[in-house]
Design a binder for this molecule. Sequence first.
Ligand code: 6PG
Length: 241
Amino acid sequence: MKMHISKTQEEVIVALADFMVNEANQSIAKHGRFSVVLSGGSSPKKLFETLASPGYRERIAWPQWFFFFGDERYVPATHADSNYRMAKETLLDPMNITPGQVFRMNTDLTPPEAASAYETDLLAYFGDKPVRFDLILLGLGDDAHTASLFPHTPVLHEKEALVKEVFVPKVSAFRITLTTRSINCAANVAFLTFGASKASAVHHVLKGVRNIEEYPAQLIKPEDGTLHWFIDEAAAAQIEN
Ligand code: 6PG
């Protein structure tokens, strides 16, 4: 596991953006393309805007980037809460990413169909190779959930499916999420976490007693890949000795 602790949120974003550009260039040199799973929520917005900004966008071989989503709220793609909409507005549209490079979780379908349709998309993209993303971005909720792997939900124990729909009592709504199976076979997994409100969750995940029902992000352990934490000092306050 690699900790990338920065003083401020802005420095965390720059560190992760630099990491992504370098990782992408290495993946493209190795196998001609870069598969990246975007996280949702509010934290990644500044990251996407940074990647699309002068100084970064020229360094990126956009046609070789392929975009996936770690989870999605069950709302239309145009809804204010849609993770896809946020990525589209801040990164995909400004960088003229073509539709063939973007794999949206299709929330126009009903829950079980949407999850199986997305799994089919993943299998088609990776072809005869195992599903292994070059990079998965993850956020961390202050309850230590990640993607839509929320405390005390059945999806935490899913061993077979790569993508599942899950009803989340906490938000009284369905979500669609990558499972630990698809996350833990990635080459790189990077948490992007900042702010004092996350310090307790970070401590529980990294230093606390093992309790995956309470702290689902403890499940994230790439089998043959690297786990990164891009985090500011405020969020790391309870783990720094
Ligand atoms: C979502 C996310 C979720 C998010 C965390 C952190 O769809 O909400 O995927 O897992 O990453 O809740 O959210 P913030 O970045 O907004 O704190």
